[in-house]
Design a protein. Structure first.
Length: 114
């Protein structure tokens, strides 16, 4: 893992995206599986016992939220393999950070409901 990124003051839109991303149990399992080492899609799908297609959906959402990064590499036999790893992060969720984030929400997010 690279250097740790602290997101103590995320914008409202960033906080909504991160929290929505983390609210899915599959995505929590993906992050847990990547906590100790990077992994490629096929092995990760086998380890988590989910389809590669479903895994790709969750990995795209994690990547969009800035929680994982991907890199294509060639294996020794010439196959392209997409490796994912966690982007180190710390999110401090306090009443203050929520209040600050709420003031920066985009107009469409202010009226959004769950």
């Amino acid at each position: 893992m690279g250097p740790q990124v602290t997101r103590s003051d995320p914008s409202g839109d960033e906080l909504v995206q991160i929290m929505a991303t983390l609210a899915n149990p599959h995505r929590l399992r993906v992050l847990a599986a990547l906590a100790d080492e990077r992994n490629y899609v096929s092995r990760l799908a086998r380890d988590l016992d989910i389809s590669r297609a479903l895994l790709q959906v969750h990995l795209r959402k994690l990547e969009a939220a800035g929680l994982v990064t991907a890199r294509l590499e060639l294996s020794e036999d010439g196959k392209a393999m997409k490796f994912y790893e966690i982007t180190a992060f710390v999110i401090q969720l306090t009443p203050r950070t929520i209040a600050q984030a709420a003031r920066t929400l985009s107009p469409q997010e202010k009226g959004a409901t769950a």
